[in-house]
Write a protein that binds this ligand. Structure first.
Ligand code: CA
Length: 226
């Protein structure tokens, strides 16, 4: 049974989340402040963490920053509605996904399923290569030449998706569906944010040109001869 930690100080919301995720068959623990949340997240082996931003003692961003030094557990952040800065900040710090309050429990459950599904290693070939980029899917690592790329999980998954589709123009909607695993109701800005991250960690860093913007259509991945 997959284990989920809920870190949310609003007890009504925490209880609703727990009820929903219990019903979906997960084993849930709830904690109600940031310090207790960090201790629980580091002390036990959770598959996913639902993390509120506004928390007493330690806010969700600081918690995530500390957590990411030690753990790559899947994290879904709960942010205030409409705070794009908050969403981008959470993703910058390594959150897998975010949900803006108020959200429906059905949507939360769908996001949790998607985040967990994408963590499991698919039963496909384990080694991938495009140009001088390589990925080892068993080890969940990616390299340019001999240098390992420091990617968050979502960046890694996006890279894998591109490496599986070299030279193909992929629309933002298609990337959302395939990499995030749900239909995202129009907010494809998320893809552009992640493309920026990947470009800075691959193209800019190594002076190469893997990710092409195809105006009006989306993105294509590959070296010039692919
Ligand atoms: Ca809160």
């Amino acid at each position: 049974m997959e284990k989920i930690l809920i870190i949310e100080d609003e007890t009504n919301i925490a209880r609703m989340i727990q009820l929903e995720l219990d019903r979906e068959g997960y084993a849930c623990d709830c904690v109600y402040d940031g310090e207790a949340g960090l201790a629980a997240a580091l002390g036990q082996d959770y598959d996913l963490i639902v993390l509120d931003v506004m928390l007493p003692k330690l806010d969700g961003f600081t918690l995530l920053e500390k957590l990411r030094r030690e753990s790559q557990v899947a994290v879904i952040m709960l942010t205030a509605r409409g705070e794009l800065d908050d969403r981008v900040r959470g993703l910058d710090l390594g959150a897998d996904d975010y949900l803006a309050k108020p959200f429906s429990m059905r949507e939360l459950a769908a996001r949790v399923r998607a985040a967990l599904r994408h963590r499991r290693v698919p039963g496909k070939e384990t080694a991938l290569a495009v140009g001088e980029l390589r990925a080892d899917r068993l080890a969940v690592r990616a390299f340019f030449r001999d240098e390992e790329l420091a990617l968050t999980r979502k960046e890694y998954e996006l890279l894998i998706y591109f490496m599986e589709h070299p030279g193909v123009v992929c629309s933002r909607e298609q990337i959302l569906r395939e990499v995030w695993g749900y239909d995202y109701m129009g907010d494809t800005n998320l893809i552009d944010v992640y493309i920026r991250y990947l470009r800075s960690k691959i193209d800019d860093r190594f002076g190469v040109h893997y990710i092409r913007t195809v105006r009006g259509l989306g993105y294509a991945f590959g070296t010039a001869d692919e």
